[in-house]
Design a binder for this molecule. Structure first.
Ligand code: FES
Length: 173
C-alpha cells in the first residue's frame, strides 16, 4: 500500500504533534514515547513524521526507522480497515499460532507488518496479549478470538474477506 501523507492537509495535526514533542523531548528514552504519540495521532509513522521526531529529539533518522521496524505496534503504512494480529507469545506459539500466521499470510497475500494494497487488511504479530488461557489468540480490530485452529482461521478469514473485500478478487480486476 502506497502511503500518501499530505503535509499540507495535516498541518494542524503536525503542529499539535510538534507541541507534544516539545513537551517530552528532554526526558530519557523519549523515542518510544514519541513513536507512540505519532502512531496514535496519524495511524502510522510516515517518513515526514520520522524526520520531525529525529530533528526534535536529535537522534539519527536511521535509529527512528530501526525502532519502528523492530516493534510491530509501529507501522510505516496506515493500518487496513481490518487489522488482524496474531499472538506469537509463548503460550500461543506452543498452541500453533505459527500455523495460523502462515494460513493468514497465504490467504491474504500479505506478510506480517504489511497492509494490503487496497487498504482492506493489515497483518501483524504481537507478544502476549494477556489472554493465554485462550491460546492461540488472534485479534481482529482489537477483538479477541481464542482457541483458534487452522480450520477456524480459514473460516474467520473467509468471513472477513466477505465483510471487507477479498484481496484476490481485487487482484483479478
Ligand atoms: S501468549 Fe498469546 S495471549 Fe499470552
Amino acid at each position: 500500500m502506497v502511503s500518501h501523507f499530505n503535509q499540507e492537509e495535516r498541518q494542524r495535526e503536525i503542529a499539535a504533534f510538534e507541541r507534544d514533542l516539545e513537551r517530552i523531548k528532554d526526558g530519557r528514552g523519549m523515542l518510544m514515547h514519541a513513536l507512540h504519540l505519532a502512531q496514535n495521532r496519524f495511524g502510522y509513522v510516515p517518513s515526514d513524521v520520522q524526520q520531525i521526531i529525529a530533528d526534535t529529539l536529535k537522534v539519527p533518522l536511521s535509529t527512528v526507522y530501526g525502532v519502528i521496524t523492530f516493534y510491530s505496534r509501529f507501522t510505516l503504512v496506515p493500518k487496513g480497515r481490518c487489522d488482524l494480529s496474531i499472538c506469537m507469545g509463548t503460550a500461543c506459539y506452543i498452541q500453533g499460532s505459527e500455523e495460523l500466521l502462515k494460513e493468514t499470510e497465504e490467504t491474504l497475500g500479505i506478510k506480517s507488518g504489511e497492509t494490503s494494497p487496497d487498504g482492506n487488511f493489515s497483518l501483524s504479530t504481537t507478544r502476549c496479549v494477556g489472554a493465554c488461557s485462550l491460546a492461540p489468540v488472534v485479534t481482529v480490530n482489537g477483538e479477541v478470538h481464542g482457541r483458534m485452529t487452522v480450520q477456524e482461521m480459514k473460516k474467520l478469514l473467509a468471513d472477513l474477506q466477505q465483510q471487507y473485500g477479498s484481496q484476490s478478487e481485487s487482484d483479478e480486476e
